[in-house]
Design a protein. Structure first.
Length: 199
């Protein structure tokens, strides 16, 4: 895998729309960035646990998306994060154990910062890492700040001609898109629609 791999760790029930939009932003705006997102990177027929492990091994940076449902609380009051076999917990534990200086938590839409006492012992270190944040209502500004943080902390550089997915409607905000840009903007618009439905 690409040595500049950025691995997006997220919980589908918590942050699928955000993860898809973030992947598009990173691939569009960072030089030599290869982004791993399980639903878009793993092909059918592949041993997905092995593939995810290989991606974690190769990752240069692990971005941990944390929304209001990240702990995975179900109707019975059980938290998925407390299960040692929970994949989000496994991803975070591996990242903290093998590349602690290459982990960046990202709080989504006002999610509360993590507290050590609320986390399993093997991933409590995540609460000690200063998080970044992304909000749908200030997406463009927050993405600019996140890209700057990734540049300063991890050495990635932005492309000279970068593209932002405006909020709330990328299709209406750009009139001179190339065919490739239009396709990406259309995908982003559908992601925003999903996000609005979830809200």
């Amino acid at each position: 895998m690409n040595e500049n791999l950025l691995f997006i760790s997220y919980r589908r029930a918590d942050s699928s729309p955000h993860s898809l939009a973030l992947r598009l932003e990173l691939e569009r705006n960072l030089r030599a960035a290869n982004v791993f997102l399980d639903t878009k990177t793993i092909r059918s027929g592949v041993n997905w646990p092995e593939y995810i492990q290989n991606a974690l091994d190769a990752a240069n940076v692990v971005l941990v998306l944390i929304g209001p449902l990240w702990l995975g609380l179900d109707e019975s009051g059980t938290r998925r994060i407390d299960d040692p076999e929970d994949w989000v917990r496994r991803e975070v534990h591996y990242a903290l154990s093998h590349k602690p200086n290459r982990v960046l938590p990202i709080l989504l839409d006002g999610a509360s910062p993590l507290r050590e006492q609320h986390l399993p012992a093997d991933i409590r270190g995540l609460a000690s890492i200063q998080p970044d944040s992304l909000h749908l209502e200030s997406w463009s500004r927050d993405i600019d700040a996140l890209l700057a943080a990734i540049h300063v902390n991890f050495g990635y550089t932005e492309k000279t001609t970068s593209f932002r997915f405006p909020k709330p409607d990328p299709l209406k905000a750009k009139t001179n898109l190339t065919k490739s840009d239009s396709a990406l903007a259309g995908r982003a618009a559908r992601i925003w629609a999903l996000a609005r439905v979830r809200d």
